[in-house]
Design a protein around this ligand. Structure first.
Ligand code: KG4
Ligand code: ZN
Length: 346
């Protein structure tokens, strides 16, 4: 099938990254990233050890317009030349989502272009189609600061939830572990770096949910165990490595369970896509790759800068929806703080 190639401006403001991008393509991909500008507010939030919603929305408001102009300029495009304007409409910090979505509505109205309201999680979920042209169906392991889920993706609007965290998200666990160990914010990259020179067998930590039926996750017990351990004094690198090893073993076990559930729905499916900020972790990627080989799956992990929050993934989600015949969303639609990608079918 030869179809029209869509060019979409994407806007992302749901957490602490202000981002704008222009992407061109047609589902199933791969797509072409014409520009991808991300401003991380890390420095503004670092003194607080986490994202402060009020600071985040103000920062988005201050720089978003300039980021959009830069994204268009780098792509050598005018607003008149794009086919649609996609913005994250949730889930996320509501103040930030409002800034991005309202800006997108104004641009869509002014330029007479369709507005595409994107679920942030769908953006993460579809990134591997933009980068690798991964075909449906695939099993998605979505691991970010706010989410930890195993989802069967049968199509752009077919999401089946196999498991999710019953307490903390895995990125959140990394961030809390970093705090406990006195490592800088954001914690994920800092823990991964420290773990490189540590002994993963130095300290015994629990492997949460390992061997349990279903494919749910849990990380709060591991965090508590690390806190207790750290009270007695630890070598930071060894503690980071031991923590990361526990996370990996838990993720691998839960993903193996998710693969079995996925195969019940899609007996011939063999794609494993890892998405979200934690997918930037190389040790986790390597372990999941080994698991995939054992189970007859092929792993696809987007490059780190496309795993963490960005607007190219939002623009690409817009490409997916335009490719599927979507004509645009109503300008009156409201942002959503909560917006699950899939609700449990069981
Ligand atoms: O997807 P993302 O950028 O934002 C959310 O939508 O949550 O994910 C951010 C999360 C943070 O918790 C961060 O610590 C974690 O991803 N992260 C990592 C790594 N890079 C980012 N976790 C482990 N290892 C990493 N290399
Ligand atoms: Zn995210």
């Amino acid at each position: 099938m030869t179809g029209k190639v869509w060019t979409v401006l994407g806007i992302e403001t749901s957490c602490d990254e202000t981002a704008a991008a222009v992407v061109r393509g047609l589902a199933p991909g791969p797509g072409e990233i014409l520009s991808n500008i991300v401003f991380s507010q890390t420095d503004a939030h670092a003194p607080y050890g986490g994202v402060v919603p009020e600071i985040a929305s103000r920062a988005h408001l201050e720089i978003l317009d300039a980021m959009i102009e830069r994204a268009l300029a780098e792509a050598r495009m005018s607003l008149a030349e794009v086919d649609g304007i996609a913005a994250t409409a949730g889930p996320g910090l509501i103040g930030g989502v409002m800034v991005g979505l309202t800006t997108a509505k104004a641009l869509a109205l002014a330029a007479g272009k369709p507005l595409i309201a994107v679920n942030h999680l769908m953006g993460h979920a579809m990134t591997a189609r933009m980068t690798h042209g991964v075909a449906f169906p695939f099993l998605l392991l979505l691991v970010s600061g706010g989410h930890c889920q195993l989802v069967g993706v049968g199509g752009a609007e077919d999401f089946r939830l196999y498991g999710s965290t019953i307490d903390d998200a895995v990125g959140e666990a990394f961030d809390k572990a970093a705090k406990i160990l006195g490592l800088p914010y954001p914690g994920g990259p800092a823990v991964e770096e420290a773990a490189k020179t540590g002994n993963p067998r130095a300290y015994a930590l629990p492997r949460p949910m390992k061997g349990r039926s279903g494919a749910d996750f849990s990380f709060s017990g591991l965090k508590t165990a690390l806190r207790l351990l750290a009270q007695d004094g630890v070598r930071v690198e060894d503690a980071a490595a031991s923590f990361q090893a526990a996370v990996i073993e838990s993720l691998v076990d839960r993903t193996r369970a998710g693969m079995a559930l996925f195969r019940q729905d899609f007996p011939k499916g063999d794609g494993l896509v890892v998405a979200g900020g934690v997918a930037a972790n190389q040790a986790i990627g390597t372990a999941l790759d080994r698991l995939a080989r054992e189970e007859g799956f092929v792993t696809r992990i987007p490059p780190p800068r496309l795993c963490t929050d960005n607007a190219a993934m939002i623009a690409w989600a817009g490409v997916e929806r335009l490719s599927a015949g979507h004509k645009g969303d109503a300008l009156g639609l409201s942002p959503k703080a909560r917006w699950p990608l899939a609700t449990s079918l069981v």
